[in-house]
Every structure is written in structure tokens, then in C-alpha cells.
Ligand binder design. Structure first.
Ligand code: AMP
Length: 221
């Protein structure tokens, strides 16, 4: 299997996490979500968790140096596998940092995929999003509900609502996205390959599109 490194871009709630889980389970990607990594540190009360908690709960960006240190360790451990970055990079310095780290392993970003979604739809989706505390699977009460209320279909873990998924913080996160993360679309369009998928077409159709793009990127050298 050819190694293909992919960056998933898009506003919060556009479905990056859900698609990343599918790409991991069905196409063998190693999935790296900086948000999940930080939430895990916070839960375990590690020094990193204590440092980033205030940022994560208020929807502000964790400083680039902290993020890049975590990513560096991850890439060193997994270089050569199919890497999938979800929620990272979120700023231009982070994108440059990722390029440097990958270069150190003779690798590069092969493709960035933007999953787009408009702001009102993001708010609608995120206020009804629920996640499993145990396995991390994502549900949505409006269009992807669990079979039993409050219980994960896969592992029977408890479903919870992320504290940063309330409307006021979602609006702040969207502001941060437009200001700091959206410029990355241009960054990847100029330097690497950028593809766009409309996140409103639904989980299964987005995944079909992604599968086709990955096959295409894997076939190119
Ligand atoms: P997410 O799960 O991707 O929505 O991320 C949740 C929160 O974690 C964000 O609102 C930020 O506070 C923090 N975070 C996640 N990824 C990054 C990143 N690449 N750079 C800075 N902060 C991040």
C-alpha cells in the first residue's frame, strides 16, 4: 500500500472526524486528530492537558509550538504509514511546521481535502453532536442518532456533549476558523494538491468522494 499523507480541512462540524474514522477503518490510515489528543491529555490531567485546557474549553487555538511538538512526536512514530491529519494544521506556521517535519522523513503532504459547510449548518450540526466517552465515536441526534438514547452503538459507552459545542463557543470557533485556518486552502492550493468536497451532501457521499480521491492520489507518483 503506497503511503499517502492527507490533510483534512474544513470548519468544525463539517464531518472531518467522522470521515477520518471511516478512512482509518476502511482504508488503513493512521488518524491524528489534535483535538482528540488534547482532550485525552485534559482527561488524564497530564502537564500538556493542564497547559491546553483553557484554550480548548474556550475554543481558542492552542499555541503553535505546543501543537507542533505533539505532531512531531506522532510523525516520528508513524512515518511511512498512511497519515491522516484532522483538525491540524490550523494556522500557516503549523502548515509550514508540518512540511518541515514530513520533509525530515522524506515525505510530504500528498493532498489536502477541504470539506466545506456554511456557518448556520455548522451551528445546527454541532449543537446536536454527541460523542462516546469510551471509544470516541461521533453521533448526531438529528441525522445519525444512536440506536439507544445516550449509549454508543459500538461499545455501549456513555455519549456526551463536548463543552465547546455550545452555540456561543461554536460561533467563536467559526471566527477563529475563518480568520486563521481558511488561509490554508490557498496555501495547499499553491503548493500541493487541493480538492474540495461539499460537506452538505451527507456522510456516505462524502466518503465515496474521498475514497475516489485517495485512490487517485495513491496511484500518482
Ligand atoms: P477539534 O476537536 O478539532 O474541534 O479541536 C478542539 C479544540 O482543540 C480547538 O478549538 C482548539 O482549542 C484545540 N485544537 C485542536 N487542534 C488544534 C490545532 N491544530 N491548533 C491549535 N489548537 C487546536
Amino acid at each position: 500500500m503506497k503511503s499517502v499523507n492527507i490533510v483534512l480541512l474544513g470548519p468544525p462540524g463539517s464531518g472531518k472526524g467522522t470521515q477520518a474514522e471511516l478512512l482509518r477503518d476502511k482504508l488503513g490510515f493512521v488518524h491524528y486528530s489534535t483535538g482528540e489528543v488534547f482532550r485525552d491529555h485534559i482527561k488524564r490531567r497530564t502537564p500538556v492537558g493542564i497547559e491546553v485546557e483553557e484554550y480548548v474549553t474556550s475554543g481558542r487555538l492552542v499555541p503553535d509550538e505546543v501543537v507542533l511538538e505533539a505532531v512531531n512526536a506522532f510523525v516520528s512514530e508513524h512515518a511511512g504509514a498512511r497519515l491522516l491529519f484532522d483538525g491540524f494544521p490550523r494556522t500557516i506556521p503549523q502548515a509550514r511546521g508540518l512540511d518541515r517535519v514530513l520533509e525530515g522523513h522524506d515525505q510530504a503532504v500528498d493532498m489536502a481535502v477541504l470539506i466545506s459547510l456554511d456557518d448556520d449548518e455548522v451551528v445546527k450540526r454541532l449543537t446536536s453532536r454527541r460523542q462516546c466517552r469510551k471509544c470516541g465515536r461521533i453521533f448526531n441526534l438529528a441525522f445519525m442518532p444512536p440506536k439507544r438514547d445516550g449509549v454508543c452503538d459500538d461499545c455501549e459507552g456513555e455519549l456526551y456533549q463536548r463543552p465547546d459545542d455550545n452555540e456561543e463557543i461554536i460561533r467563536d470557533r467559526l471566527g477563529v476558523y475563518h480568520e486563521q485556518t481558511e488561509p490554508l486552502v490557498e496555501y495547499y492550493r499553491e503548493r500541493f494538491r487541493l480538492e474540495r468536497i461539499d460537506g452538505a451532501i451527507g456522510r456516505d457521499r462524502v466518503f465515496t468522494e474521498l475514497t475516489r480521491l485517495v485512490a487517485d492520489a495513491a496511484g500518482q507518483d
